[in-house]
Design a protein around this ligand. Structure first.
Ligand code: SAH
Ligand code: SF4
Ligand code: F3S
Length: 471
C-alpha cells in the first residue's frame, strides 16, 4: 500500500516569525461579569486557557464554574480525533438553549477546531449564535474582539503561524506546578495528525526568555515546571542560535527549580546528550513520555514516524540503561488504515518488550486534510474496538506490575491538592509521575513530602506520609 501523494496538503506559506511583547489589553468594561471556560485537548490547550483567563481577567471578568451564571463562555477546542469535535458541537447545542434565556451571553469558540476551514464555515453557517471565533495563532487578539463585541458574529482565524509573544499575563491553575511553553507548532507531519495544520510550523521561544520565565516562577514559589511542546526534543532546530533541547534542559536545571518535567518527546529527535543531561541533574524528573504509535515498522513508515520498531526498542533500552529508575509511558494508535493482524501483533510484541509504565491508547480517527485520511480503509469498527481492548488489558497489567513494585517503598511526592478519593486525603506525584493518594491534611499541599506506599492499583498508588519524630 502506498500513501496518496498529498504534496498539496503540505504546501503552506511560512511567515517570518517575530518575537514580540504581548499587548495585555486592560479595561474595566466587564468588571465583575463572569466567565466560564471549558478546555478540550492537550496540555498545550490547558496552558492556552491560562492565557485566555489572563486576557479575560484583564477586562474585568471573574471566573465562575456555574454555566448558568456566566456572561461569557469560552470553548477552547481540540481537533485531534472526531470525538473531540462531537463533544464541542454537543456542548454548543446546550449553549444555544441557554442563550434563549440569556440573549446577552457572549459565546466564544477558539483553539484548534476553527483552524480547519470546514469547522470555521460550519460555525458561520450553522452556529450564528456563536459571537466570537478565534484560532490558535491569534489568542492574543481575543481581548480586542471581546471589546468590539456587538452581537454580530466575528470570525478571525489565521491559517499561517503567528508571532511568538512574551510576557503574557497568565492566570495559572496551580501555584505549585506551572506549564512553560518552549515552542509552538510542529514540523513532523505524521500522516494521521492534524496538529501541524492547526498549530502551524515549529517556532521555538528564545532560551533566555524561557529561563527568565522559569526563574520568575521559582521566585514566585513554584516547585515544579513542565516544559511544553508537541516535540520538545526538536527545540531550537528552527532557530539559528546554536542551542538545542539538551542545552535548554541543562540551563533550566541550573536555575535550581525543584522539579523539571517535559512533554512530548518524539523518539526521532531523542539525542544521547539529552539522556546524559536527564541522568545528570537531580531536579530533572526521571519520567519520559515517548510515543510509540505502532509496533509495526510497516505502519510506522506509513505514519511518517521516521523510526522503525527496532530503533524504538533500542532507544527505549538506552534510556532505561542510562537513567536510573526512569519510568516511560507511551501513546499507541490502533486501527490505522488496513492495520493487519500481524501489524497489531507487532504492537503487542513491543509492549511486551518495553513493559511501559502506562499508555494512552486511541482508535485511529481520520482527520480531514491529512494524508492518511485519503487511504481507503477496509478494517471493521469491531476489529478496531477489539484490538483496543486487548491492548488496554496488556498495558494495564504492566502498569499494575510497575505500581506493585512501589509497595513498601518511601517516595518523594509533590502534593498538588485535595484528593478525589476522600476528604482526608491529598494527591501528588512521585518523581516518576505516579499518582499517589495520601492520607493526610491540607497543610501538606504545595510541599515535597516523603510517603510510604501502602497500596498499588493500575492507575494510582495509596500512601502514608512519613512522620519524623525526634528522640
Ligand atoms: N506531539 C505528540 C503527540 C500529540 S497528539 C507526539 O508526536 O508524540 C497526542 C496523541 O494523539 C498522539 O501521540 C497520537 O497517539 C494520538 N493521535 C494523533 N492523531 C490521531 C488520530 N488521527 N487518530 C487517533 N489518534 C491520534
Ligand atoms: Fe502530530 Fe506527529 Fe507532530 Fe506529534 S509529532 S504533533 S503526532 S505531527
Ligand atoms: Fe488537540 Fe490541538 Fe492539542 S488538536 S491535542 S488541542 S494541539
Amino acid at each position: 500500500m502506498n500513501l496518496p501523494n498529498l504534496k498539496q496538503a503540505r504546501l503552506r506559506t511560512t511567515k517570518k516569525v517575530e518575537y514580540l511583547a504581548a499587548a495585555n489589553l486592560k479595561s474595566t468594561k466587564y468588571t465583575n461579569k463572569k466567565y466560564y471556560i471549558r478546555t478540550y485537548g492537550c496540555q498545550m490547550n490547558v496552558h492556552d486557557s491560562e492565557e485566555i483567563k489572563g486576557i479575560l481577567e484583564n477586562l474585568g471578568f471573574i471566573p465562575t464554574t456555574d454555566l448558568e451564571q456566566a456572561d461569557i463562555v469560552i470553548l477552547n477546542t481540540c481537533s485531534i480525533r472526531e470525538n473531540a469535535h462531537d463533544k464541542v458541537f454537543g456542548f454548543l447545542g446546550r449553549l444555544k438553549h441557554l442563550k434563549k434565556n440569556n440573549p446577552n451571553l457572549i459565546i466564544c469558540v477558539g483553539g484548534c477546531m476553527p483552524q480547519t476551514d470546514s469547522v470555521a464555515n460550519l460555525l458561520k453557517t450553522k452556529y450564528p449564535f456563536v459571537n466570537i471565533v478565534f484560532g490558535t495563532h491569534n489568542i492574543n487578539d481575543l481581548g480586542k474582539m471581546i471589546l468590539k463585541e456587538d452581537q454580530k458574529q466575528q470570525i478571525e482565524v489565521y491559517s499561517i503561524e503567528g508571532n511568538v509573544y512574551e510576557h503574557m499575563d497568565y492566570v495559572r491553575d496551580s501555584k505549585i506546578s506551572a506549564w512553560v511553553n518552549i515552542m509552538y507548532g510542529c514540523d513532523k507531519f505524521c500522516t494521521y495528525c492534524i496538529v501541524p495544520y492547526t498549530r502551524g510550523k515549529q517556532r521555538s521561544r528564545k532560551m533566555e526568555d524561557i529561563l527568565e520565565e522559569v526563574t520568575s516562577l521559582k521566585k514566585a514559589g513554584y516547585l515544579e515546571i513542565t516544559l511544553l511542546g508537541q516535540n520538545v526534543n526538536a527545540y531550537g532546530k528552527d532557530l539559528d542560535f546554536g542551542y538545542n533541547f539538551a542545552t535548554l534542559l541543562e540551563n533550566v536545571a541550573k536555575t535550581g527549580i525543584k522539579r523539571i518535567r517535559f512533554v512530548t518527546s518524539h523518539p526521532w529527535d531523542f539525542t544521547d546528550k539529552m539522556i546524559d543531561v536527564i541522568a545528570k541533574y537531580e531536579n530533572i524528573m526521571p519520567y519520559i513520555h515517548l510515543p510509540l504509535q505502532s509496533g509495526s515498522s510497516r505502519l510506522l513508515k506509513l505514519m511518517g514516524r521516521r523510526y522503525t520498531k527496532e530503533e524504538y526498542i533500542a532507544l527505549y533500552n538506552k534510556i532505561k540503561a542510562h537513567i536510573p529508575n526512569v519510568s516511560i509511558t507511551t501513546d499507541i494508535i490502533v486501527g490505522f488504515p488496513n492495520e493487519t493482524n500481524e501489524d497489531f501483533e507487532e504492537t503487542l510484541e513491543v509492549v511486551n518488550k518495553c513493559k511501559f509504565d502506562g499508555a494512552f491508547t486511541f482508535i485511529y480517527s481520520p482527520r480531514e486534510g491529512t494524508p492518511a485520511a485519503l487511504i481507503k480503509d477496509t478494517l471493521s469498527k469491531k476489529t478496531k474496538i477489539d484490538r483496543l481492548h486487548q491492548l488496554n488489558e496488556l498495558i494495564n497489567s504492566y502498569s499494575l506490575a510497575h505500581n506493585q513494585a512501589y509497595l513498601g517503598k518511601t517516595e518523594e511526592v509533590l502534593v498538588l491538592g485535595p484528593s478525589e478519593k476522600g476528604s482526608n486525603k491529598v494527591y501528588g506525584y512521585t518523581k516518576t509521575m505516579k499518582l499517589v493518594n495520601i492520607d493526610g491534611a491540607g497543610e501538606d499541599i504545595g510541599k515535597l513530602i516523603l510517603v510510604t506506599i501502602t497500596a498499588a492499583k493500575s492507575f494510582s498508588l495509596d500512601g502514608k506520609k512519613v512522620i519524623f519524630t525526634k528522640n
